[in-house]
Design a protein around this ligand. Sequence first.
Ligand code: BGC
Length: 823
Amino acid sequence: MGEEYRVPADVDPGCELCTESLPGGWVLAYRNGDGPGEGTRETMLTLGNGYLATRGAAPEAWADGVHYPGTYLAGFHNRLSGTGLPDGTESIVNLPNWLPLTFRPAGGDWLAPGQGHRVHEHRALDLRCGLYRRELLVVDRDQRRTRIRQRRLVSMANPHLAALETSIVAENWSGRLEIRSGIDGRVVNANAPAEAGGCGRHLTDVATGEDDGETIWLTAVTTCARHQVAVTARTRITDTAVAHSTPAAVHEPDDVSQIIGIDVTPGEPVCVEKTVAVFSTQDLAVSEPLTAALEELRYAGTFGALLAEHAAAWARLWERFRLDVGEEHAWQLSVRVQTFHLLQTLSPHTLDLDAGVPARGLHGEGYHGHIFWDELFVYPYLNLRFPELTRALLKYRHRRLTAARRQAATAGMAGALFPWQSGDSGRDESPDCSPSPVTGQSVDDYTGRQQHVNLAVAYCVWRYWETTGDLSFLAGCGLELLTETARLWAGLATYQPSDDRYDIRGVMGPDEYHDGYPGRPGQGLDNSAYINVMVAWVLGRADEATAILSRHPGMMPWPDVAATDDECRRWRYIARRLRLAFLDDGILAQFEGYGDLAELDWDRYRRRYGDLRLLGSMLQAEGKDPNRYKISKQADVLMLLYLFSADELAGLVRGLGYDFDPARIPATVDYYLSRTAHGSTLSRVAHAWVLARTDRRQSFEMLLTALGTDLADPEHSSTRNGIHLGATAGALDILQRCYTGLEVRGDMLRLNPLLPDGLDGLDCVIRYQNQLISLHVDHERLQICAAPGADQPVQVAVWGRSFSLAPGSTVTVELDPPPGAAA
Ligand code: BGC
């Protein structure tokens, strides 16, 4: 473990970063970090471009239990046999580390964690331009003081390029300085050791070489998928006046580096630029990764030139993704940090990839890079900013329909069954058992029963279509995804002639604390409210999509994917007769039999454990079955209020033939909220939304917790294994859609803004029907401004008052929220 970086009180670190005035709302800075929490800092300092990402590890560090250099390509997975599931678990692959760069005074020690005394360290991530700066002052055992200034980027302009610029100043010594710059192919996946499977060595057949005197390269192949990756690195001393030796290559097993010797004089900086290209066999328009990577480097400019185009690319992205709560607002930085990390995972460079939405971003190996249902929290934000991304990401699902159909058929079901966790192949990667975060012991894991992921995909398809009106997507992918999902659920619904109702039995909703009835863990539950209402809605949308496309015969997909008239008729019937269960006071029951469960003594548990986010595992550790209690890990019934407006939900429940009084919604929210442990970071997002109209103060508190998910790094946080992408995007979406009351329905952009007291104003840019629309909302007025252009005016309604917004026009509406909108 590295020494603690403390600035002795009597030493002026002379750090440029400390004295520079960095714009507060744009810079995430860490000063004098120490051991614990370093994994989280590395995650938060990750640089990426939607194709390639590298954790913010120090270039002189290696995976040593404190530091974890990790580099990942989106959608680049490999199955590691002998781990996790019987035939192995697929995982995102930790790629050869391109960062290694260190130095030593000739005869001294290489700079490394634990070597020398770190007088001062300051790291600052400038979000405006995606530039990671670091200043480090070290003193070695011979009292030689050396200052290191580094700048690092992963290019948003050219997704294959990354660069590290290092300036080294010998402050009180002169002589020979040796610099070692390398590519380390000895890496293993070891970032999330507590998770079942996936950890270990994913790379084999490593080859190394040199090119043109200043470039080294390393290629490796994944053990099972046989994908090849090529990493090339050019290291250059940029000061022409500085005399240096010819780089000498050092080849070690699975590792290659170059050593360059330079004569240094006190106070004179030496500048080293390391420029890196990464390609893989999965890239389009590339015949061979190594050739492509070498060629890319030949064309790559200086660090300054790369930075200029990278910063310009970020500037353009920020124009599209602006979301401001006020430069002085305490949460402005968090909003930008979340936006930044979202865009580093999903960017315009993702468009051409076969990648989904990894729950932990491209920032670590949490959940092995698997894809869950978290896209449900991500796409609504993207739909109004960069809908092409949603479209591209939904194709990840569409390409895996064959695997999903097979999974359904194997389980004796109709339609298509997307697995709860998937990687590359689309096969089910959900573990059968997982280590308990409380005891560390392996426990049965039934979370893979969450077939509701299929409903989430269908929901995303429809909301994308509704927001964009993209008929070619609906025809080419959407209809088939909706139809196969409808077939799955219609097939699972069983008819009870006695009361003319359909049941869906043996399922599991989003609340992972309930996977069965007491004494029958893992066997599923009957008539989950979340699932049955969602199924009713999806059946309706599949029917509607079929009808829409039948009106556009020329758009009808070439394969025969549309539902038959008989199927649509049956779906319409099921959608009216699915069973829902209610508690005695008319509140929707989470599932049938929920009312018979025991109440947990929450006060006792809070007194005993404080933080209850691991409540399910805590109960298991006490030998108790969470299925026995009225508790939730995360929003389940209340997800319905996150996904549907009160009107829509009322319509759905009434459509099923039950009474639904919207006046009961606050009681329903209270009931479930008071029984929720927020064991998932998604929970606070859903609840912040649900509370926005009834308890704005609590909603805002929930939002702030969600925004701080990764920054705050609370105990038991797993941010060191990656960001929580769903919570990240979901929190931004609360600001974008929930507090502005933004809804796209019936060719109309509806806005019903109601800001919480904690926000003075909100500025954002959205894209609707191809128009760029800037919104400014505060407590008194809403200003809507459409960018000039040739598009048709769009129809807008603000608190029910509608008008048409032409390109280039600005409309200001005085806000006069209707009575009953609670503070
Ligand atoms: C949550 C799931 C979520 C997963 C990945 C789990 O803790 O319960 O809803 O999909 O994390 O983010």
